[in-house]
Design a protein around this ligand. Structure first.
Ligand SMILES: [Zn+2]
Length: 46
């Protein structure tokens, strides 16, 4: 079930809003070229 009667937060396009560091799993802005937390290179899509 995907609906949420309580109006809870269900991000539909989380992958477009954030980029996740492959090294430490921290969430970063997709604009970041390096992880703000650990400094690892972020994967770049297209
Ligand atoms: Zn990281």
């Amino acid at each position: 079930m995907c609906s949420n009667d309580k109006g809870g937060f269900v991000p539909p396009d989380a992958n477009k809003l954030v980029a996740r560091c492959p090294a430490c799993k921290a969430f970063n802005s997709p604009k970041n070229i390096k992880c703000k937390k650990c400094g690892a290179d972020m994967p770049k899509k297209s």
